[in-house]
Design a protein around this ligand. Sequence first.
Ligand SMILES: C[S@@+](CC[C@H](N)C(=O)[O-])C[C@H]1O[C@@H](n2cnc3c(N)ncnc32)[C@H](O)[C@@H]1O
Length: 272
Amino acid sequence: MSDVSEIPNYGLRDEIKAYWSERAATFDLSPGHEIFSEEERAAWHRLFTQHLGSGEGRSALDLASGTGVISHLMDDLGFKVTGLDWSETMLALARTKANARARAISFRMGDAEHTMEPDDHYDVVVNRHLVWTLVDPPSAFAEWFRVLKPGGVLLVVDGDFVNSTFRERILSRLAAWGQRLGWLRGDPVQMQPEMMAIHRSILSRVYFKDGARADAVSGLLAGAGFESIAVDTHLGDIHKTQARNWNVLKGMVRKSQHRYAIRAVKPARPSS
Ligand SMILES: C[S@@+](CC[C@H](N)C(=O)[O-])C[C@H]1O[C@@H](n2cnc3c(N)ncnc32)[C@H](O)[C@@H]1O
């Protein structure tokens, strides 16, 4: 990426958009992004079914849909899915993949913090790996509350990508040594140092720069009006299946991170 800091009015949101557009081409090559086994697909289906029930034609908005991985899982379960992302590059890949798989998923350009969707419109709103990068989560959560129907359900899948436990730091260091010495399998996609620096820089300036902990996210969701907020950290089945795509130490790192799903409900209108 060229140096964009000199462009007038170029803000953090533009940087985030440009960063993901740059990563789009290799996004689906990474385990943890695209799904590489039927076991992993089944584990995701179980998570979504547990928190959302089966689709039965209900409408779902997948925010920050990227290449459409989550949109496809929701489509598998019978939801009528709209994917929304602000990166044209991601959207182009998402549309190509949906066409190749003959899926009727609609992908459109938009900002997850200001969706331009009608009030009380969706049965379900989902997103994966969006919350940690939001510039203004309180207004984003108010927006998601607005577009959900009364009684509608939000499911957030995210994690704290800032703080690490001692165990995680040791495992990461050992994994890096092992990879450098050729003792351990390398990662399927190697992020360039320039992109890693951009990632760190973005992360240092977003709202959750100190890490998107589930309790902090839940507190903001409650502030936006959501009720029945439940945090699920039992994502072990998913992480176990993903771990097979990395070397053993990298797989262990994944399992020791603070990753979670949060289900929250927009209250149904009181009957008059
Ligand atoms: C880590 S990727 C996740 C993609 C997808 N949710 C998944 O889990 O496979 C982050 C995506 O969020 C999009 N994104 C980030 N902030 C956004 C925003 N405010 N509005 C729309 N898209 C956003 C990026 O363009 C990128 O496609």
